[in-house]
Design a binder for this molecule. Structure first.
Ligand SMILES: Nc1ncnc2c1ncn2[C@@H]1O[C@H](COP(=O)(O)OP(=O)(O)OP(=O)(O)O)[C@@H](O)[C@H]1O
Ligand SMILES: [Mg+2]
Length: 378
C-alpha cells in the first residue's frame, strides 16, 4: 500500500485543520458516570485535555472505566455529570440530530472489529455514508480512496469471513474514517491481533495520525503499543484519573502504583516480589544500600557500574534491570546493591546525579556470609 499517496488523495481536510487553532481535540471536564447507585461511580470527576494531533493512550486495570470514558466522548454513554468538548464544541449539550451530526467528527474502532458479516468490505465501508444520506454515485466515488488508505483495494468485494483479523480491523478503520473525523477512538483495537499484525495496524494508525493530523485516543493493555505510538498517557484507577503526562515521562517516572505495576513488563520499575520482600527499610549493621537508577538519556550508554567500581571501590550486585527504547530515546532502570558503599554513599549518589541519572535508595540488603567476598546477596 502506498499510504502517503492514498492519504493525500483521501483527505478532504488539510492536516491539522480540524478546529480553531489552539482548541484541544477533546476536553473532558469533571466527568462522572454512575450506572447504579449500589455499585457507585464508574468514573469519578475525570478531567482530561487531549490536544489536536496527539495519540493519547489510556491505561488502567480491567474495570477501571476506560471504555466508559471513551464512550462518554462520543456519547454512546451519557455522563452523569461533567462536560465533554470535541473540537471546541460541547457534545454533552447536544441531542438528536445535532448530536448525530457532531458524532461524524468522532470515529471509533473496537477490539472485535464490529464488521457486518452479511456485507462485503465495500458494503461495510459504505454504511456511514448511507447513514449520512450520500447518493449512490457519491458513495461509489468515496469508497476506493478509503480502501486504498487501509491497503484493502483488492478486497472490496470480499466478505468478512474471507478476511484475516488484521484485514477486518482495516475495514473497521476505513469505516471509522469515512466521514473524515478529527478524532479516532480506539478501544483495544489491536488486542485480538498477533504481534506482527498489531505492528502493521499501529503503523497504519501512526501514518494516519501524522498525515491527516487525526487525533487518536487509544485504550490499550499492551504496554508496547503505548510505547510505540502514544505521545501522552492517562492512567485510570477505579474511575479516577491518577496520572497523566508525556509517554516517556510516565514510563520513566510513573507516580501511581497502578502505572508502575502496569509498566513493569516494559520498564523494570518493580523488583520481583521475592527480591523486594527481602529488602530492609532501614540500614542495619552489615547491610548495604540498594540503589534504583533510572537512565533516560546519553548516560544509558555510559559504563556506570564500572565507574562505581573504579571510583568508589563499590562491589555492585545487580538485582534487576532492563534497558529499552522509547522512540530513539533509551530508557533503563537498574536496581543494584552498592556493596561496601558505607560513608561514601552521598558521594556515590552525587556522582550518579552528576551523570544525569536519577537515583534513589529503595532499601537495604544484608550481606550474606557466603557471598560477601564477591558481592551482596539478598
Ligand atoms: N452499561 C453498563 N451498565 C452497568 N455497569 C457497567 C456498564 N458498562 C460498564 N459498567 C461497569 O463499569 C465498570 C467499568 O467498565 P469499563 O468497561 O469502562 O472498564 P474497562 O476499564 O474498559 O475494563 P476492561 O479493561 O475490562 O475493558 C465495570 O465495573 C463495569 O461492570
Ligand atoms: Mg474496556
Amino acid at each position: 500500500m502506498n499510504a502517503v499517496l492514498a492519504i493525500s488523495e483521501f483527505s478532504a481536510r488539510p492536516a491539522g485543520d480540524d478546529g480553531p487553532a489552539g482548541v484541544p481535540a477533546v476536553r473532558i471536564e469533571g466527568l462522572s458516570k454512575t450506572f447504579s447507585k449500589a455499585s457507585g461511580p464508574v468514573l469519578d470527576d475525570v478531567s482530561l485535555t487531549i490536544q489536536r494531533g496527539e495519540v493519547h493512550g489510556i491505561i488502567g486495570r480491567s474495570g477501571a472505566g476506560k471504555s466508559t470514558l471513551v464512550r462518554c466522548i462520543n456519547l454512546l454513554e451519557r455522563p452523569s455529570a461533567g462536560r465533554v468538548f470535541v473540537s471546541g464544541r460541547e457534545i454533552t449539550s447536544l441531542r438528536g440530530r445535532a448530536l448525530r451530526t457532531a458524532r461524524r467528527d468522532i470515529g471509533m474502532i473496537f477490539q472485535h472489529f464490529n464488521v457486518l458479516s452479511s456485507r462485503t468490505v465495500a458494503g461495510n465501508v459504505a454504511l456511514p455514508f448511507k447513514v449520512a444520506g450520500l447518493s449512490r454515485a457519491e458513495i461509489a466515488r468515496r469508497i476506493p480512496p478509503l480502501l486504498e488508505l487501509v491497503g484493502l483495494s483488492d478486497k472490496a468485494d470480499a466478505y468478512p469471513s474471507e478476511l484475516s483479523g488484521g484485514q477486518k480491523q482495516r475495514v473497521g478503520i476505513a469505516r471509522a474514517l469515512a466521514l473524515d473525523p478529527s478524532v479516532l477512538l480506539c478501544d483495544e483495537a489491536t488486542s485480538a491481533l498477533d504481534p506482527e499484525t498489531t505492528e502493521q495496524t499501529l503503523a497504519l494508525l501512526r501514518d494516519i495520525n501524522r498525515k491527516l493530523g487525526l487525533t487518536i485516543v487509544l485504550i490499550t493493555h499492551e504496554m508496547q503499543v503505548l510505547r510505540d505510538i502514544a505521545t501522552r498517557v492517562a492512567v485510570l484507577d477505579h474511575g479516577r484519573l491518577v496520572e497523566e503526562g508525556a509517554t516517556f515521562n510516565v514510563l520513566a517516572f510513573p507516580k501511581s502504583a497502578v502505572a508502575r505495576s502496569f509498566l513493569s513488563g516494559l520498564v523494570a520499575h518493580e523488583l520481583p516480589p521475592l527480591v523486594a520482600a527481602r529488602l530492609l527499610p532501614e540500614a542495619v549493621p552489615g547491610s548495604d544500600p540498594v540503589l534504583r537508577i533510572v537512565f533516560t538519556g546519553e548516560a544509558a550508554h555510559d559504563p556506570i557500574v564500572a565507574d562505581l567500581v573504579s571510583q568508589f571501590q563499590i562491589v555492585p550486585n545487580i538485582l534487576h534491570g532492563r534497558i529499552d527504547y522509547v522512540g530513539d530515546r533509551p530508557l533503563g532502570v537498574l536496581t543494584l546493591v552498592a556493596g561496601g558503599a558505607g560513608p561514601r554513599l552521598p558521594a556515590v549518589l552525587s556522582r550518579l546525579a552528576s551523570l544525569g541519572l536519577f537515583v534513589e535508595v529503595i532499601g537495604h540488603a544484608v550481606r550474606s556470609a557466603v557471598t560477601c567476598r564477591h558481592g551482596v546477596a539478598v
